[in-house]
Structures are given as C-alpha cells and as structure tokens.
Design a protein. Structure first.
Lengths: 650, 244
C-alpha cells in the first residue's frame, strides 16, 4: 500500500536498503564513517570553545573561528549526506551528531548558567516548581510560562531524581530534545520522500533555519515542544500506513500521550500541530481520495490535539489569549499598514544603533542571499514535491514550504520580524524537504526539474561538461553554507552569538556577575516577591534568581520606564510608582555609558525606543538618591538598589 | 548476540528499581545519584519504549528512536503534571516511584523479539575514534567552563550594603576578589561625621555596626576601596532614610 502511496519511482526499497542510485563504496570505506566525522565535529566544537574564550578577550579573530567552525560542522555532514553513500543508520547518526554539535555552540558560549532572555523567564518557572512542588506560581517575567510547564516539569523531575542543578538538568533535557528532533525529522523526510539521501540532506537544511542554532537551543518551552511536535507528526504519518489493527490502536494511544505532553508544553506549537494534523487529513483526501477504508486520514489525532489544546486553553491557560494577541496583533496590523501605505516598510538590519549590533556587509549580503536562495529553490522543490502528490506527507511538507513566502512579508514591519524568525522552525520543515529534493535532483540528474504548469512545461537546460561535474557539488555545498550563515545572521545580532564583556541593553551580554550578585543579595536580605522596577536585563535576573516581582507595563499611556528617563521625579512618575506599588528600584549606572544594543533600555515600546541619540543621562537614572524617604541599601559602584517604600508618592 | 524478552524486561525492571532506590536514598552531588537519576528519568524509559512492538517493527530509519524518546519524555512530563497538580507534590520520592512505575509499564508492554536483535558492531578503530571525539568534546567544555568561571570571578569585586533589623542597622562590606582590601567608610549625617577603615579578606564579608541608627535626618555612607595600597573600583554611596 505504501509503495503505491509514495508515488513516483523513488520508493520504499531505498528506505530499507540505502540508496541504489548512490556511488559505489570508495577505498575509504574501511574507515568508520560516523566516528571519523564525529572526530571532525568534536574538533569544530573545540574551535567553538576557543572562539568563545577569544571573544571574551575581544580578540578580533574570534568571529572568524566561530564562522569557520560552525560552517565546518554543517558542511562536512552535508557533504557526506549529499555525495557519500552511508547506510541509513549512519545518515541518521550524522544528523543527530550535527544537531548535538550545533547545540554545543550555544552551550559553550554560556556554559555555567542560563543567560538568554527567554531562558531567564523559564528558569523562574522551573525554580518555582522545584521549590514548591506545585504548579501555577505567578511569573512576573512571563506570566504565560507557568501555564505551559512541560519543559520545567521534566527538568524539575530530573533535578529531583539526579540531584543535578536545574541548569544541568535543563541543558540535558534540551539535548535529549535535539536527539528526538533529529530522529523525527529524518523519519518524516524518509516517509515523505522515500529517499534516505533526501532525508539526510533535508534534516541538514532544516538546521539552517534562523531559530535552530540559538533560540531552539535555549531553555524555553518551544525548544522541547518542537521535537515533541515533529515526533508526534512522524508517529501520525507512520500510523496512517498501518492497517486497522491492535497495533494501530496502540500507536494511536502512544501518539496521544506525546500530543498531551505537547499541549502542556507550548501553546502555539500545540495549535500548529493540530493545524498540521488537520492539514494532513486534507492531504490524505487529496492524495488518496475518500473511497479506500484502509487509507485513513488521521482525524482522531487531529481532533484529539485540537480538543486537548482547547481544553487546556479554556480550562487552565486562558491567559494565553492576551499574550498571543499582544505578540501577533502588532505584526499583522503592521503588515496591513505597510500594504495600505499607512506605514513605511522597515528596512532590513535597521535596528543597529551601535557598532556591536551592526552586522558586517558580507553577513548582511549572505542573509539576503539566503532568503533569495530559498525563494529560488522553492518552485523547483515544490514541483518535485507535487510529483509525489500521492504521498500525503510530501504534499503537507510542500504546502508548509510555500508558506515561507507570505511569512517573509512579516519582515516588512518591526513588530513582525520576531514572528517571522520564530515561525521559521515550522516553515523549514517544508523548506528542508523541498530544498533537499531540489539539491538531490540537481546532483543526480544534472538538470533542473521540470515545473508543470498545466500543458506548459518549461525546461531550463543546464550546461554540461566537467565544469558542471565540479561546479554543481560546490554550488550545492555553498548553498547550504549560505542558508546556514544567512539564517543565523537574520535572527541573531553579532553581540549575541559569542560571549564578551558587558554590553548595554544587549540581553545575554548584559548578564554579568555584578547583576547576579545584586539580585542574590536582594533575595537573601530583602526576601522574595518585592515589587521591583529596573531595566530589562536586571529585571529578568531579579525575577529568575532574586525571586522578585518585576514591574512592567503601563500606567495610563505611560510606560513604567518613564520613571528612569525623566530628569526629575515628576507627578506622572510618582503616579506610576504608586499605581504599580513599586518598593525597590534597581539602577545600573552602566546604562549611561552606551546606547542600548537592542534599541531600548527597559522594555520594548518604552519612550524613545530606537530613537535614542545619546545614552541615558546619569542624572536621570540617579535622581532618586537625594529624595526624602529613599534609602540606597546596596551599591557595588555600578548597581544601586533603592528602597523607596518611605517615599511620599502623593 | 541476542536477548529474549524476559531477559530485557527483567533487566530493565531491575535497573529501574535499583535506580529508583539510589535516587531516593543517595545524597545530592554523588556520581551514583546523578547516574541513577538520569537513567531513571530518561535512559531506562527510552530503552523500554524502544522495545514496544509498535516502535520496533517500524522500518523507517529514525522513527523508532524519535517515537521512543518522545514517549519517554512525554511520560515524564505527564508524571510531573500528575504529581504537581495533586497533593503529592513533586518530591524526590514521588518522582522516583512514578518514574519506576513508568519504566515497569513500558518494560512489560515490550515484546519478545521475533528475530535476534543485532547489536551495533564496532570496529576497534571506530571505538578509538569515538573515544577521541568524546575526549575532545569533554576538553572543549572543560576549557569553556573554566574560562567562563574565571571571567565571572573577574566580573565581581566589591559591594557595600546596609542591613536593617528593627532599629538595628549594620553596614555590610563584601570583597569577592582574590586579594585583601581596605574599605574606607565615611558615615555622615546631621550630627555625626565618622570615618573608619575596615579590612576584608579575599572573598570575604564583614558586618560593621553603624554609629547610630535613629537619626532624625538621613545618614550617608560613602565607601572607597584600596587594594595593594592603591585605590580601586568606583566609590560606593549608601543612604539610610530616617526611621519613621
């Protein structure tokens, strides 16, 4: 049955026995492939460690070592997948090895604790669960986080059982998630293409998505939800192939367990999974029709996912709606405004107020090239996916790939950039598949695939000869390097890739021992859950490690950040402090030394966001010192903690 | 080499039971506890899930691994959810018993292999290369961790703070450097103007009583630091509002 369903000639035999179309084993065959590549990857990992050390010392060559080693990891595995003839298990092992090697890039940059912005929010939830043993403590850093506690639950469980720290436990769980993701991607691409080579290449191309290297490696709920979702999708596709039987019902049950865990792990991923499951049902009908009872759309899984996600949303996590509304609404409205001319389109890399934020020209060019490359490959890859239209999984992945184009429109607005970047981890399921189909076709047939447009089937010939024999493989590898380098550049500014000295408003680079010492002091000496107003990074630290309540948001139309930027404490500032019941202010005077790397000091949408011409004035930041009723209770020379409980706010 | 169901099932259950006892009884930080915890929470459930007939019959490469790891992790999430929403709470004992039950359930649901399961064959060269790769990765993490810790150590230096306990007020002086430091403290308010030098050893903390704690006006405390006879670090200024 499945042989018919796969469609085309690239079928199941290759799934079981490796690629028949691949070259014969070479004289190097006696050298074990996976361990050899493993040694190379390990050397690249060591180079990453060296790059991190050099970057802390501001050595100029750190960036070069970083890019060479990270691309070296990707290219060696891509080369083996594209041109080698490994066994299916070896291909899978290489995919997993690459996933773990790339995970080490983030771990090596910050190997002693969670430091990325989102990680700090989830660290607080994990601490709360670990301390209390129960759920739903309030998290002022990210109020929605305690309602999707899957990652924190399994982390706290591992920490309880092993005695490891939450950092070590969380890092281990994300690593296990990486293994799951690598295996699930490979299985999904094999199901969709029937080709081990396409599966291996597709998994490598998937890892070029902008989120993969850092965002999906962080201690954040999405990092575990994504592997669970892809694993559940692979299990669903597998279930579709089984005839109705006890085995099929059991597999359905196991898939339901994974989906249930997904639902309590991340909101958007669980909704998208439900959407993909329904999409798979539609693809089954499109591919196989209604008639055959043995060919079954996965309605049960789709309905279960939708009902479970809805039940969790309605019964437990209704806070999700305002959270997602605040994230998605500005992005959608912004695109609408750009289309109707109400807002000018954002230019790429425009939020670069400081040297540390600005990418060099070659990286900007690579970022543009990576998008263009995907757009160029998309029609050919989609055409190849369409040839497999009797395979629902191929149809689904092709449809996901096509979504890449409209999602790029979100990049036209400042609010939509993050949504576009974060959606890449889903869209690249399709992009990985179609780009792999295209590259493998190109190398095997040395011609561009024909695009069927009704009766019109344009053929684009490629020049032959030895130039193409050498040029095509080089071009294929170069494409993957461009996709990967561009993907990282699109999402991550230079300062966030490697560790280094303190940077103002630079999220991960603003986390320093001084800030950590201040919030630890606060927790020890002032107790937990004081209401604290401070800058963006110190607020995250105060919440995650100081167990404090981080005050954010607005009073009337005024951002709470106003308190820090006005030259004197005026009646509006007093109103903000009163209405928000602020007890302590934490002031980091290093903010006065530079413009903020991200464009804001305190919170997105603060006054002057992205329009600062000069650093915030020291006089504004420290104006509280001489106010009656204010005590400076902590000072390390740069960070002061003000006790304002005695301040007259009337 | 082949294993039959009863061997694997018994071995998995025995291992899970040993790991649960170890996780429950051993102290934090011991290697055996770490190994037992990781085995009980991740390795044994994954191994047991991979023996489920519905996974092991899968001929698609990667599918069995993805499904078994997915099911094991999902089971741990749901176990955590169960413990935290009930009165049991997420305790070491609850987690150990729950993880043991999951491992036993998955092991019992696994089935006898219809054919011998070939274990991966490793050549001596492959083993040697794998060991080299693992050693290099361990070295990379050791080097990176050492540098990060050193950098963190350099990043902290001195701090001054006030501690208030009722009407009692103390000044805290902290030195997180590797050298002894002299803190020059200047207390001043409407009535008092006192100076004092306090020596704090490396990575040390001293608490100093303030001259008085119930002034009508605010008290200012200015602290400067000298190390190796030279001024170091920016001055630190504290102020204490009068008690109401």
């Amino acid at each position: 049955m499945y042989d018919q369903a796969v469609g085309g000639t690239e079928g199941l035999d290759m799934r079981r026995s490796g690629e028949t179309a691949e070259p014969a084993p070479s004289r190097w065959a006696s050298i074990p492939l996976v361990p050899s590549v493993g040694v190379f990857l390990a050397l690249m990992v060591l180079a990453q460690a060296v790059a991190g050390i050099a970057s802390r010392d501001l050595d100029p060559w750190a960036d070069t070592v970083y890019w060479l080693s990270v691309n070296g990891m990707v290219l060696v595995v891509a080369a083996v997948q594209l041109f080698g003839s490994p066994k299916p298990r070896e291909r899978l092992a290489l995919v997993i090895a690459l996933a773990l090697a790339l995970y080490s890039v983030k771990l090596l940059a910050y190997p002693i604790g969670f430091t990325y912005f989102d990680e700090l929010s989830h660290t607080q939830t994990a601490f709360d669960i670990f301390r209390s043993g129960h759920l739903f403590d309030y998290n002022s850093l990210q109020p929605v986080s305690p309602y999707y506690p899957g990652l924190e639950l399994v982390t706290a469980t591992l920490a309880r059982l092993s005695g490891l720290s939450l950092f070590a436990s969380g890092a281990l769980i994300i690593g296990v998630g990486r293994i799951m993701l690598g295996a699930a991607l490979y299985a999904l691409f094999v199901e969709a293409s029937g080709s081990q080579r396409v599966a291996g290449v597709g998994a490598v191309v998937y890892m070029a998505n902008p989120s993969f290297l850092y965002f999906d490696a962080g201690f954040s709920y999405e990092s575990l939800a994504l592997p669970l979702a892809v694993a559940a999708l692979a299990m669903t596709v597998r279930w579709m192939r089984l005839p109705p039987s006890l085995q099929s019902r059991r597999l359905l049950g196991y898939t339901a367990v994974v989906v249930a865990a997904l639902v309590v792990t991340h909101h958007l991923t669980s909704y998208l999974f439900a959407g993909l499951a329904f999409g798979l049902c539609a693809c089954v009908i499109l591919a196989w029709g209604w008639g055959d009872a043995s060919r079954k759309p996965p309605w049960q899984i789709a309905v279960f996912a939708a009902v479970a996600a809805t039940a969790w949303f309605v019964g437990v996590a209704s806070i999700t709606f305002p959270y997602l509304h605040d994230v998605l609404q500005p992005a959608i409205t912004g695109v609408g405004n750009v289309i109707t001319g109400g807002e000018s389109a954002r230019s790429a890399f425009s939020e670069a107020p400081t040297k540390a934020t600005a990418s060099p020209f070659w990286l900007k060019t690579t970022a543009f090239a990576s998008v263009l490359l995907v757009v160029a490959c998309l029609p050919f890859g989609a055409a190849l996916a369409w040839r497999r239209r009797t395979n629902p999984a191929a149809l689904l992945l092709g449809a996901i790939a096509v979504a890449y184009l409209p999602i790029q429109a979100l990049r036209l607005t400042g609010a939509g950039v993050e949504t576009a970047n974060r959606s890449s981890e889903f869209v690249f399921l399709g992009i990985g598949f179609v780009v792999a189909l295209f590259l493998v076709h190109l190398l095997e047939h040395r011609s561009l695939p024909t695009i069927e447009l009704g009766r019109f089937r344009p053929r684009i010939p490629l020049p032959g000869g030895s130039v193409m024999r050498i040029g095509l493989p080089v071009a294929a590898l170069a494409s993957i390097a461009i996709l990967f380098t561009g993907g990282v550049t699109v999402f991550w500014p230079p300062y966030a890739r490697l560790p280094g000295p303190y940077l103002v408003g630079g999220d991960v680079r603003s986390v320093t021992p001084k800030g950590l010492a201040a919030v630890h002091w606060m927790r020890t000496n002032l107790g937990p859950e004081n209401r604290v107003l401070t800058d963006r990074t110190t607020g995250q630290l105060a919440g995650a490690f100081g167990y404090q309540y981080n005050v954010e948001g607005y009073v009337d139309q005024y951002s709470v950040a106003r308190v820090f930027v006005t030259p004197t404490l005026d009646p509006v500032d007093r109103k903000i402090l009163r209405r928000k019941r602020v007890e302590y202010l934490i002031v980091d005077t290093r903010l006065t030394t530079e413009l903020p790397a991200r464009g804001w000091y305190f919170a997105a949408n603060e006054i002057n966001e992205n329009t600062y011409k000069r650093p915030i004035a020291l006089r504004s930041l420290t104006k509280f010192t001489h106010l009656p009723g204010v005590s400076v209770v902590y000072d390390d020379g740069t960070i002061q903690i003000y006790d304002i409980r005695g301040l007259d706010l009337s | 080499m082949s294993w039959r169901r009863n061997h694997w099932m018994g071995a998995l259950i025995l291992l899970a039971a040993c790991a649960a006892i170890a996780a429950w009884t051993l102290g934090d930080g011991t290697p055996a506890r770490v190994a037992a915890g990781i085995a009980l929470a991740l390795l044994i459930p994954c191994a047991a899930a991979s023996r489920l007939p519905d996974f092991r019959d899968d001929d698609v490469t990667g599918s069995r691994l993805a499904a078994s790891v997915g099911l094991a992790v999902a089971s741990m999430i749901l176990l955590g959810l169960f413990l935290t929403v009930t009165n049991l709470g997420l305790t070491t004992r609850g987690a150990a018993v729950g993880a043991l039950l999951i491992a036993i359930g998955l092991a019992l649901a696994g089935r006898r292999a219809s054919e011998p399961i070939p274990l991966p064959r490793w050549s001596p060269l492959g083993l040697a290369l794998t060991a080299i790769a693992a050693s290099i990765v361990v070295l990379a993490f050791a080097v990176a961790r050492h540098d990060a810790l050193e950098s963190a150590q350099r990043g902290t230096s001195y701090a001054a703070f006030v501690l208030q306990d009722g009407e009692r007020l103390e000044l805290g002086l902290r030195n997180t450097t590797e050298h002894r430091a002299q803190f020059s403290v200047h207390f001043s308010d409407e009535a008092t103007d006192r100076r004092r030098v306090v020596s704090v050893g490396r990575d040390g903390l001293r608490l100093v009583p303030t001259p008085r704690a119930d002034a009508a006006g605010p008290m200012k405390i200015r602290v400067t630091v000298r190390a190796d006879g030279k001024p170091t670090g920016p001055p630190m200024t504290l102020s204490v509002a009068p008690f109401s």
